[in-house]
Design a protein. Structure first.
Lengths: 116, 114
């Protein structure tokens, strides 16, 4: 019954490495999101996409980029990982039509990234 | 602009006691409001949502929340806490329409003591 799948639950990378976090949803949702979760800071939006090849910056896009080549897949890219990007990353999606539960985000289980 | 303030980063209750988690919002347009729960090592899941219908909203696991426009609040309650309610709870707001972005509060960690 898994609907939003994040490919890696735990990753350990070194400073300066390029990191890819993958997210796939099987609900045919138009909108996909990447959030970062840190203790005491809640969830902060990094990037979101409302259609294939479309993207918009969220509240904290610096140091990140995204790719959406197919509707079901939304990738978060850290071009050169830094220690301050150690965090939990959550992917989410939502549809547009009311029948698909518009405005209700479905989350993946998260990817915990440690940058050494 | 929209924002959410959750009062209390950590709430501790005894099993069987009332649970009250506070959320105040700011929104320039009528808001959609949500409560999400996150159990350890899991993603977030929806508890309940307010989308301008009834002001008292019932969710899963016996939780409910009341939208009070005059107080700009959307507090989450449960009459009797269970050990399984221990989790982190997030309040979130969006301004609806074509804007599907949610703005989240910083979260409240609920501890339930036996």
């Amino acid at each position: 019954d898994v609907k939003v799948t994040q490919s890696s639950r735990y990753l350990v990378k070194r400073t300066g490495e390029k990191v890819f976090l993958e997210c796939v949803q099987d609900m045919d949702h138009e909108n996909m999101f990447w959030y970062r979760q840190d203790p005491g800071l809640g969830l902060r939006l990094i990037y979101f996409s409302y259609d294939v090849k479309m993207k918009e910056k969220g509240d904290i896009p610096e140091g990140y980029s995204v790719s959406r080549e197919k509707k079901e897949r939304f990738s978060l890219i850290l071009e050169s990982a830094s220690t301050n990007q150690t965090s939990m990353y959550l992917c989410a999606s939502t549809g547009t039509a009311p029948s698909s539960g518009a405005n209700v985000l479905t989350f993946g289980a998260g990817s915990r990234l440690t940058v050494l | 602009a929209q924002s959410v303030t959750q009062l209390g980063s950590h709430v501790s209750v005894s099993e069987g006691a009332l649970v009250l988690l506070r959320c105040n919002y700011s929104s320039s347009v009528p808001p959609y409001l949500f409560w999400y729960v996150q159990y350890p090592n899991q993603g977030l899941q929806l508890l309940l949502k307010y989308t301008s219908a009834a002001t008292l909203v019932k969710g899963i696991n016996g939780f409910e929340a009341e939208f009070k426009k005059s107080e700009t609040s959307f507090h989450l309650t449960k009459p009797s806490a269970h050990m399984s309610d221990a989790a982190e709870y997030f309040c979130a707001v969006n301004s609806g329409g074509s804007n599907y972005k949610l703005t989240f509060g910083k979260g409240t960690l609920l501890t339930v003591n036996p």
